[in-house]
Design a protein around this ligand. Structure first.
Ligand code: ZN
Ligand code: ZN
Length: 384
């Protein structure tokens, strides 16, 4: 089968303290400190065989994520931009939909022909984090498309426990092609769902939600916020193209933060009350946090999702003064996230299809990644 493979050299930076676990597993916890000179190639790989508790999925659509781009990008010193967990060589890709074509001997929930998507982080269920209810922070995790083979390939094996049936989306989409396209956007939508409802505390219907950044995570998040009953969704995004996608989705309050002062604009739209919910999906934290801190509604929840390269200055007094809190949120694992996003999409309250602005065949994957790195699309998909 064909697979899009990233390879890189293991060359820890001199000042980086490689842990025993990193050494044993060959898996970097911070790829940008260890992996250099990444390369990307479309290769012929053997079709995988599912283990007893795994299913084999024939991939149909797979979305390109910012993390995929940062695994193939490097600085002048050659070190990879991607700053989280990774092991190479590896087939990348983790946002996908497809059809089950083979099941392991112990698989109970799925059979051949089922239309599915999958969570990204495999967890052991036995470590301290897992037993505390945080499987997303499992000590012995693996991540599809980061530490084990992912979905930019004709086939991918997935543990049954991470797999979700997407056939309920038939309610919202007449044809299977549209259904599978939409299903490939479930993963990005779960990222904000987890931030809003898995991490933050007490978000209410009618709350004012402000998105700082309307890329794929921001756009799918805005859909989730609206579907979950936000009083208003406001977004700040410098890309003209991405603001146009947001408007096509029916959002009225979409602004260029370079031209419109976010604090004044939030004040205007919320009648002076401020934002009940701020979602940081831009990564431009030096710009976004000062604006967030000056537009906190009483009891505001700030949901921090982006992976920024540096830290902003935080003015604690402003959080005290507004009884506000910042919630760090990463991933989407467990906590009942996937089935609820699937239900929202099935009911039509979240439609991510208009966010998919460009599709490329797997054979043109390099062009697709280049296009995605322009960061003007809603979502770029690979059709496999
Ligand atoms: Zn992603
Ligand atoms: Zn665990």
């Amino acid at each position: 089968m064909r697979a899009l493979v990233v390879d890189a050299d293991w060359k820890p930076q001199p000042e980086y303290d490689v842990t025993d676990r990193e050494q044993q597993t060959g898996r970097a916890m911070n790829a940008s400190k260890i992996w250099t000179d990444p390369t990307l190639s479309l290769e012929e790989r053997p079709r995988p065989t599912p283990g007893p508790e795994e299913v084999l999925v024939e991939v149909r659509y797979a979305g390109i994520c910012g993390s995929d781009l940062s695994m193939v990008a490097s600085g002048d010193d050659g070190y990879m931009h991607y700053s989280a967990y990774a092991k190479f060589p590896n087939t990348i890709g983790h946002e996908f939909s497809g059809r089950v074509v083979e099941t392991g001997s112990d698989v109970r929930l799925f059979e051949d022909g089922d239309l599915v998507t999958s969570e990204v982080t495999d967890y052991c269920g036995r470590c301290n984090a897992c037993r505390q209810g945080s499987p997303g922070h499992c000590t012995y995790f693996e991540q599809l498309g980061f530490t084990v083979p992912g979905a930019f390939a004709e086939y991918v094996t997935v543990p049954e426990k991470l797999c979700w049936d997407v056939s309920p989306l038939r309610q919202a989409y007449d044809d299977e092609d549209a259904l599978l396209k939409a299903a490939a956007t479930i993963e990005p939508a779960t990222i904000t769902y987890h931030g809003l409802f898995g991490r933050a505390d007490g978000i209410l219907p009618g709350d004012y939600h402000v998105y700082h950044g309307a890329g794929p995570i921001g756009l799918t998040g805005m859909n989730v916020s609206r579907g979950a009953g936000a009083g208003e969704v406001i977004a700040f995004e410098p890309s003209d193209e991405r603001r146009a996608v947001a408007r096509d989705l029916g959002f009225e309050h979409v602004y260029n933060p370079i031209e419109r002062d976010p604090v004044e604009t939030i004040d205007e739209v919320t009648g002076g009350e401020g934002a009940d919910v701020h979602v940081e999906t831009a990564g431009a934290v030096q710009q976004t946090y000062p604006a967030i801190e000056d537009s906190l509604a009483e009891g505001a929840n700030v949901v921090h999702i982006s992976n920024a390269g540096s830290d902003p200055e935080i003015t604690l007094r402003k959080y005290q003064g507004s009884a506000a809190q910042i919630y760090g949120s990463e991933g989407h694992t467990g906590q009942r996230i996937y089935p609820r996003v699937i239900r929202m999409m099935a009911s039509g309250s979240v439609d991510n299809l208009p966010i998919v602005t460009t599709t490329y065949p797997l054979a043109n994957a390099e062009a697709a990644l280049e296009r995605a790195s322009e960061r003007i699309d809603g979502k770029v998909l690979l059709e496999i």
